[in-house]
Design a protein around this ligand. Structure first.
Ligand code: PY5
Length: 304
């Protein structure tokens, strides 16, 4: 789907026209994937657009940058303000938000410290990543033969642009044979996550999700769902999961900013079934929270 064009993109502190938000072909990050990014969403509420856990996302951007020894030229507070400014400039009630910090033009070697760090923030209306049908009825997933990157290959804790070619290989492999999304195993064979989503399973009323030591990103939707589930009284464990745990689960779902909360109705040809009651409950609560209808979690919303 083409990206719906809006008016302005924030680049290194200035709002520029969408069509002018261009970079040089010798940008370091284009050649080597030396960028870090975030995916954030703003939702429509009674008090206007509200960005879900904006500061937490920008803190993660700063952590990704730290891992790759990038000195961000803007503070977390400045980036938070810049996101709000960009949403206001484009008059959006809800949108997806894509901040990126990358090594720019000025160095072609692999020692990157002489290249500048450029930062931009783009926003646009983007529906749920795996589709509305997926949210309602669940998606079909398959375990990819591509292993998820491991900590001593590329740090899974960082959301770095280059790391996503691993996700792309997994996504391509399974979608070309008709599945909606991939599930990736870590270097030890434990379930890790989707190409751009964390994963949860439920068995006998207990919720499990792989630990970050299984190369799963510290997802903010994951963190939110963990908190919501525990507040609702469920037992939830961060625990290693093997592939047969997926096949035998009562319910499975993906979480992510782009994807939101997506039930999985089939894994590797084994039916999991229609979205189950706990998945539904967590979805309902999550959407109430992000739309500002649940005051208990109002501190997660940062109003534009
Ligand atoms: N795991 C990976 C590898 C991710 O890229 C993402 C987010 C997640 C988990 C979920 O993290 P969070 O809940 O903090 O979003 N993926 C991006 C997103 O915006 C990009 C998806 C194409 O959802």
């Amino acid at each position: 789907m083409p990206i719906p064009k809006v008016e302005k993109i924030w680049m290194n502190g200035k709002l520029v026209n969408w069509d002018d938000a261009k970079i040089h072909v010798l940008t370091h990050a284009l050649h080597y994937g030396s960028g870090v990014f975030e995916g954030i969403r703003a939702y429509e509420t009674d008090r206007g657009a509200a960005v879900f856990r904006l500061t937490d996302h920008m803190k993660r951007l700063a952590r990704s940058a730290k891992i790759y020894r990038m000195d961000l030229p803007f503070s977390v507070e400045e980036l938070v303000e810049a996101v709000k400014e960009t949403i206001r400039a484009n008059n959006l009630k809800s949108c997806y938000i894509r901040p990126i910090a990358y090594r720019g033009y000025g160095e072609m070697g692999l020692y990157p410290m002489k290249a500048p760090i450029d930062v931009s923030i783009a926003v646009w209306p983007w529906g749920t990543y795996l589709g509305e049908e997926g949210i309602k009825h669940g998606v079909r997933a398959k375990i990819s033969s591509y292993q998820r990157i491991s900590p001593n290959v590329l740090p899974p804790a960082a959301k770095a642009t280059g790391q996503y070619i691993n996700s792309i290989l997994a996504k391509l492999e399974v979608t070309e044979i008709g599945y909606d999304e991939a599930i990736m195993l870590d270097h030890q064979g434990f379930v890790s996550e989707g190409p751009g989503e964390n994963i949860f399973i439920i068995r006998d009323g207990i919720i499990y999700t792989p630990p970050t030591s299984a190369s799963a990103l510290e997802g903010l939707t994951r963190d939110s769902v963990m908190k919501i589930a525990r507040d609702l009284g469920y037992s939830l464990f961060e625990q290693n999961i093997v592939r047969s745990d997926l096949y035998l689960a009562d319910e499975i779902f993906f979480t992510g900013t782009a994807a939101e909360i997506v039930p999985i109705r089939e894994v590797d040809g084994r039916a999991i079934g229609k979205p189950g009651p706990i998945t539904r409950k967590l979805q309902d609560k999550f959407y109430a929270i992000v739309k500002g209808k649940d005051k208990e979690y109002i501190e997660w919303l940062e109003f534009v």
